[in-house]
Design a binder for this molecule. Structure first.
Ligand SMILES: Nc1nc2c(ncn2[C@@H]2O[C@H](COP(=O)(O)OP(=O)(O)OP(=O)(O)O)[C@@H](O)[C@H]2O)c(=O)[nH]1
Ligand SMILES: [Mg+2]
Length: 217
């Protein structure tokens, strides 16, 4: 048991060293980087598409897309107007700093202002692996249920912002927003939160203002 813990610690500290390298690469290029995490289907790629649509007239965006298999999400980011690199993790349930480092070698950062990383859909493993991005963003979505902060505390504790997607479905799904927000507040007091719908566009403006403000700092 003790040996296992030591191995995990070594893996994480090796990952953190590469994450620091990634951060230095972003900073040297004057790029702001965001790590989007969520459960499968919460709307990560949909939010990336909307963000590209609203930001790309003013800034160039690159997307690093993590998935177990397929290039589908990178294709969607490209179609929306970004440069996109797909990473297939081959079964690994999260991106790690080495994967992001190798994706960065395929992107000419001098032409880019914002890098958005779409992590593998999962509410557990991505929380443990630093990537070197500046901000971590969690996307929750209404159909997942209002108990997720209570069941996946590690993910809610470590993020800098929370998007609550699919608010257009609130009339059809039993989702108690007060209960959900109470769970979030216990884990991450004062967390910036953006309720929105990628489908209808409601609430998107506030999210776009947040990411734009940080990207221009
Ligand atoms: N009703 C509704 N559907 C949405 C909204 N945003 C996304 N969807 C739908 O949710 C499904 C999943 O969206 P994606 O953006 O592919 O989700 P994802 O998190 O990138 O999924 P994975 O990469 O597979 O984990 C798609 O059918 C979207 O059309 C929304 O605001 N409202
Ligand atoms: Mg996706």
């Amino acid at each position: 048991m003790t040996k296992n813990i030591l191995v995990v610690e070594k893996i994480l500290s090796a990952n953190d060293r590469i994450a620091d390298e990634n951060r230095a690469i972003f900073d040297a290029a004057g790029v702001k980087a965001f790590n989007l995490m969520a459960s499968p289907g919460a709307g990560k790629t949909s939010l990336i598409e909307q963000t590209i649509k609203h930001l790309s007239p003013q800034m160039n965006i690159a997307v690093i897309d993590g998935d177990i298999a397929t290039d589908l999400d990178a294709d969607r980011a490209k179609a929306a107007g970004a440069i996109a690199v797909q990473i297939n993790t081959g079964g690994q349930c999260h991106l790690d700093a080495v994967m992001v480092n190798s994706a960065l070698k395929q992107i000419s950062l001098k032409d880019i202002e914002v890098v958005i990383v779409e992590n593998v859909g999962n509410l557990v493993c991505p929380a443990s692996f630093q990537l070197g991005t500046h901000k971590s963003v969690l996307i929750a979505s209404i159909p997942e249920g209002d108990d997720k902060p209570y069941k996946y505390p590690g993910m809610y504790r470590g993020v800098d912002a929370l998007v609550i997607n699919k608010i257009d479905l609130l009339p059809y799904v039993a989702f108690n927003m007060e209960y959900f927000r109470k769970g979030v507040e216990i884990l991450n007091p004062g967390l910036e939160t953006f309720p929105l719908s990628c489908k209808t566009g409601e609430g998107l403006d506030t999210w776009i203002q947040w990411i734009k403000k940080y990207a221009l700092q």
